[in-house]
Structures are given as C-alpha cells and as structure tokens.
Design a protein around this ligand. Sequence first.
Ligand code: DGJ
Length: 719
Amino acid sequence: MPLFIDASSRTAYLTGGNTSYILHVDENNRLLNLHWGSAVPDGSLCWNPDDYRSFVSFDLPLSIAPLDLPCVGAGWYGTPSVGIRNHSGDDITDLRVVSWNAQPGKPPLPGLPATYTEDDAEADTLSVFLEDSLTGLAVTALYTVFADSGVITRSLSVRNGGSSPLRVISLLSASVPLWENNLDIIHLKGSWARERAVVRTRQGEGEYRISSARGASGHEENPFLALCDTNTDEFSGRVWAASLVYSGSFMASCRTDNAFHSRMNIGMNPETFSWLLAPGESVCSPEAVLVFSADGLNGMSQTFHSLYRRRLARGAWRDRSRPVLINNWEGTYFSFNAERLISIAEKAKDIGVELFVLDDGWFGKRNSDNCSLGDWVVNPEKLPDGLSGLSDRIHALGMSFGLWFEPEMVSPDSNLYRSHPDWCLHVDGRPRTEARNQLILDLSRREVQDYIISAVSRVLSSARIEYVKWDMNRNMTEPFSAALPADRKMETQHRYMLGLYRVLDEIISAFPDVLFESCSGGGGRFDPGMLYYMPQTWTSDDTDAAERLKLQYGTSFVYPASAMGAHVSAVPNHQTGRSVSMRMRGEVALSGNFGFELDMSRLTQDDLAEAGELVRRVKAIRDLTRRGTFWRLLSPFEGPYTAWAFVSEDRSRILLCVYRTLAVPNSPPVRIRLRGLKPDASYIAEDGSVCNGAALMNHGLTLHLPGDFSSRVILLQSE
Ligand code: DGJ
C-alpha cells in the first residue's frame, strides 16, 4: 500500500517509487506537510513541532508553519490556498482537520480533466476533510499517490456548509512547503512561435510568480514550475515540480519565508477567478501533479512522460502509433480547391503518407481569416462534392482524412454572429475587442456548448473523418458572460473551461475512433488539461528545424514525445526565412508525431525521394519514439549541439538523435554519452558497427557533423 496512516502520531505517509510525501495533523488539528522528497520508511519520521517554532520569539509560529492548506487571518501571511470572503466581509478562514480516510485507486474529478488509474492497485487516495466551524466552510483535499512513481496529485473541493453565502477568491490546487531554500527555479516561457523555452534562474529572497490571465494556459507561460538544487543537472540532483491539469488562466509561484523555507503554489489564477458559493453549493479546483526526482531533470521529465502518456491521455489512440500525415496549411493557406488538394494528396500517398488533413478555409465563405467562424458548413465553390466527396477521393487513394475546426470562435462576419450577437464573451457598453478578426464564444452557456456539440457532430457524421485538429486562435478579452449576474461575472473564465471540457467530453465520447489533436495558434494551449481529451497537440506554428530543437527540448520537460505534433515544412521557412535540408527537417520531426506541412506537388525529385526515405524510417521507429524513455543529452540552449535519445522499455533499442545548428570553425567532433542502456549488451548500429552498452554510456560516441544545420539519427539494437 503506498498510503500508510500512523494513527497514533496522526501522520500519513504517501510513498511510491523513491518518493514520500508526509502529512501530519498537529495538536490544533492543522494540516502540516512534514516532508516531500526521497522516500522515508512508513512510521519512521522523527517529528518535533519545535523543529520549526522553537526559535520564533516575536513572530507568530503559524506564520512559518509548514501548512499544506494555508489560509489567512489567524497568523499566516502568504497567498492562501483557500481564500474566502465571508458574508460578514472579512477574509478569515480557519480550516481544521475533522477526519481523513484512505481508499484504493483514484476517484475521478467531476467535470474536470485528471490523471486516472486503471486498476486500484496503481494508487491510493487520502481524503482529508477540513472545516471552518464559524462559517461552515467544508473542504475536501484529495491526495493520490501513485505506487510506481511516487507522483502525488492534489485537488480541493470546497463546499458552503453554512447558512450565508461565501465568496471563494482563491483556490490553489497545491501549496507545498519545502524545508529548503537557495534553490533554482525552472519554468517554460515563450510567445507565439517561440513556446516553452527553458528558463532557469536563482530563487532569490522574494516571490517569483508566473501566470496566465488569458483564458488559456497560453504561449507565454506553461502551467509548470520546478525548484531544484543549484547543482541539479539533467542527470543528477533533486527537483520538485508542479504541473497543473488545466487549460485556462493559472498561476504558479514560489517564495521564501523568513524562516528560510520555500513554498510552491500552483492553481487557477486568483486574479481572474472568484466564485460565489450559496449555502449547499460547492466548487472544485483542477488537479495539481507533483513530481519529485532525485535523478535530475531527466528523472522528473520521465516521470511526467510516463504518467501523462499512460494515465492522462485516454482513448483509442492512446496506445497506438500515430499516422504519418500531410496538412495543407503552409502548402496552400486559404487558396485551394478539391483538385489542388488531391494533387498534394497523390504525391503524399506515393511516398507512404497515411493521413491527409484539410486545414482552415473549407467552410462558409472563408478565403481569409476575416469571416465565417461558427458557420460549419462546407464551401461548395472550393469543394463542389462536399466533404464526403473529398474524403471519398482521399480514401480511394488509400489514405484517411482529417479536418480542421476552430469551434470556440465566432467571426463577426458570420451567420452565427448575426443570429446570436450575445453568444460571445463581452461586456455591454464596451467594445468587443477582436483578435485575428474574431470573437470568443461564451462556452459558459449551456446553449452555446450544445450548439458546438451539434455543429461539430453534424460535420463529423457527414463524411469519413478520422482525425480532427481542434484549433483556438486568440485569447480572451472582456472575459465575461452576458448570462451571468453581476455577482457571478468573475466565474466566467472557469465556467468557460468547464463548458469546454463538457463539449470535448461529449464529442470525444460520440466519436471514439477519431484521433483528436489540439492546437492554439501552435502551442498556445499545450497543457495537461487538453491532453486528457486529445492525446496530441500541435507543438508550435514555428516549423523551422533549428527553432524546433529548442521547442521540442523545452516541451519535453513535461510532455512526452507522443504528445508533440512535429511537421516538415517548406524552405525558406515561413516563420524564420531559414533554409535547412530536407534530411535535417525530417530528422527533427521524427522525434514527435511526424507529418508534412507543405505543397508536396512542388518538391524537387531529390527532396521527394528524401521525404519518402524519411517516411520509411519513421514507420520503423515510431513505436520507439512514442513509448521509449526519452533522455535529453545535450541542450540547444547551451551550445550548437542538441542530442536526445529514446530507449525502449527493455533497453534493447535506442534511437540517438544528434543535431548541430551553426558550425564552429576548428571545433572537435562531439562526444555523446548515452544513458539508460544495458551495460553488458552489445548494440549494433545500422552500418553494422558494434558498441558495448557500458562504453556508450561511460565513454560515449564520437560524431562528426559537418557544416551548418546537420543531423545524425542512429538506431542501435542489442543482439
Ligand atoms: C493556427 C494553427 O496553429 C495553424 O496550424 C493553422 O491551423 C491556422 N491556425 C489556421 O488558421
């Protein structure tokens, strides 16, 4: 049992893999966190409350208590985990533990995405019940520990058990104290086409906060924050990481208190969230996923990858190899008709591509981005035989067919907007700020959710459609629902997310065999919340191979390769103007869900032959890249070389990927030490050379990559 409750000391040990998370109910019935780190045997912790409070002379002991569910008003001064504005106008919240209980497995979170178990033996869950006796506020904190990895998930449910209304003004999914300071902070920062660059900085003495108020997790920050020892690297050292299973506005922060302890917070952004709780009503937080690694950053990422690939992603495609696709977006943009699409598909079929994806522009009168979102009716001028006619012709070529949607949006120039001008997020009397000429539908409204479900379902039933790209191309402004009363307006953003999750659940359940890929102007909503519904995400609109090294490296901090869409596009690249060989573009893309995004009918014979060779190789290794353990070996943020490797579960197959951006004159070859191999095994490369596992790990492989933008991908197999 990964959960052990020591009733005499009122201490719960949540231990899995090499990690323990230890909770304790103190003599005042407050919930304390005694330890989160390397494993501690059940029942063995020596804990003395004076460890933290004996030296407090002037200050209040509560101000530095290692609370796991801190609230303000009685001597604790940080960001509250549960912040309440009471009926009387004060914000005092005094939560005391009433009881706790254990159960095998992991309960689902109603209406919210969450990690799950398939067998009760995979995890245990501790439910802690707390109450504020004066107001009747009742909180249930759920802690699940996964037996194999020690991953802790944490979520809160808050109920008004009193007789007066309460307003929840902060509901953090996790607020974890660490008995450490002087750490480094890691997060993933970016913008459109530059998502998830790795930022590492010293913790310092103040508060460090990242957030999104955009109504989406966003391009700028990702709902992930890690703290680590200053000497932690990819292969060794301690890391404490938090990731939020949510796709809306969020915040993550850390802070050092005046007793030199740190605290890590993650949850919905309190600046964009408040929730009125009438007596008897409740609201739930999203789930935080807490990962500790004593094996450096690769150890942290491998734990996230395994959990998110196996127990967050769901559905028929979770465990299946993904088809090699061609998407027409960068090949044609809005300028296409059925014949042009078929000519691209024919070339793609010739080289073994399996799925043709029709992107934006197939509906309404959409020939640019200024109209028709919301009118999900095929444009007969472009596709005279409709979607079914086009899909039939694609299938006749032997390929499957996929389609782009942007269902959460409405163009002011659309029949939908003309019929329902109040269905978008807006505030009466203020301008409706457009971005990319579009507004956002108010998914907090049931009738809007139902419209999207029926419009998308109608299209998906009208033709053979095996794949959907679900796009979302702008962030919220005037983020309020006309359907909510003034005292509930601030609930709009979270209600939108709950509405979106309902829409996704309904559509995905109705079309269980369709492969869904989420997208948001590239990777603007690449988060665990979306991964629960769609097992893959379009990583970025930047398809330049050199930039992709950083994008895929940064994304891999949290997300598995099986979640990343990675395409070969035309040169000069449309985002950077850079020209990189077909070989390198392909050898970067084969580390994710491989595809093309160009007009294949315009490729040279040489490039077409190279592309065909890439497709052949992808099919041979895609099971390894989807399921293998991913090792980052050399960072594109630190020099001209990037290297990573995929190692099969039984360690018999290794795919080593090495890339160089700009050549450095007179530089020696690069030496790469592999990781995670069988030391005694002999590994044979495709050219027949044989290397010993220990030699590959301890001495390494020396490679010469000539010129700018070159790559080598080597498959090693043990005898
Ligand atoms: C943004 C996406 O990231 C692109 O791939 C493409 O689908 C466009 N939207 C279409 O408008």
